[in-house]
Write a protein that binds this ligand. Structure first.
Ligand code: HPA
Length: 251
């Protein structure tokens, strides 16, 4: 059943570790441009089960655009132009909460924005409409429920709520910064959750985050963070992420 009837068609923004989506039966590829500039990658059209999907690689393919230089506006606008009404943002994150170790999957319910200096709104220039979107619940509850059901079916370790702290990067955090994020109530930390979620809301698209923990956040383990441990966690956890997408979207 998946997302087919309720929220089709679905866009997937793949993050670190998900530059392509195996299991996607590719039907085409298009280079698109937007009034906000070029998106990070071509749009890949395909089918996941019987559900049409549009896939976009947030950091480009190959991976080259750092989190603070992603053109989030162009990415969301391109997906909207492609007819997408629901976006699943896949994000690699650090785990702050003790339960959220490497390869754990989280479908967060809230977000705190610590990013700065990013182009974070479509509402610029001379405007006629209201520019203050409601953002009480940044993620679509319907889409969250579908991902949560799929995660249960897959049987991988996951959390069905959590607060995503979006940091500027591209460096990782200090231990004290992570302690502050924790005091603020953040369970996970990543660099790409915002402004993506807010821009989707401005475009009145449903948006949901599927986060894969790839390391314990700074100071939360007995070692510093290495790219090697991140790669290992991606290898361990990304298959679960893909299966969740296949079940939630493809049905
Ligand atoms: N912090 C911020 N972003 C991240 C991390 C982290 O520890 N891991 C993956 N993305």
């Amino acid at each position: 059943m998946g997302m087919s009837n309720q929220v089709a068609p679905v866009g997937i923004i793949g993050g670190t570790g998900l530059t392509t989506l195996s299991g996607l039966e590719i039907t085409g590829e298009r280079v698109v441009d937007t009034p906000w500039g070029e998106p990070s990658s071509v749009l890949v059209d395909g089918m996941l089960g019987d559900q049409p999907v549009v896939f976009l690689s947030r950091h480009g393919n190959p991976h080259r655009i750092p989190p603070h230089q992603v053109n989030y506006r162009a990415n969301l606008h391109a997906l909207q132009q492609a007819g997408v009404r629901t976006v699943v943002g896949v994000n690699a994150v650090g785990g702050i909460h003790a339960d959220m170790g490497p390869a754990h999957i989280v479908i967060p319910d809230q977000i705190i924005d610590y990013t700065w200096g990013r182009a974070s709104t479509f509402f610029e220039g001379e405007l006629e409409e209201t520019t203050h979107i409601d953002f009480t619940f940044p993620y679509s509850e319907l889409a969250r429920a579908l991902l949560i059901d799929a995660a249960r079916t897959v049987g991988c370790p996951f959390s069905d709520f959590g607060v995503y702290g979006a940091t500027q990067g591209p460096r990782l955090e200090t231990a004290a910064e992570v302690r502050r994020l924790e005091r603020d109530g953040c369970d996970l930390v990543g660099m790409t959750g915002m402004p993506e979620a807010a821009l989707a809301a401005e475009l009145k698209m449903n948006y949901v985050c599927l986060a894969l923990v790839v390391n314990r956040a700074a100071g939360k383990s007995d070692h510093i963070i290495t790219m090697t441990e991140i790669e290992v966690a991606i290898d361990q956890g990304m298959s679960g992420v893909k299966r969740i997408l296949e079940i939630a979207i493809g049905g």
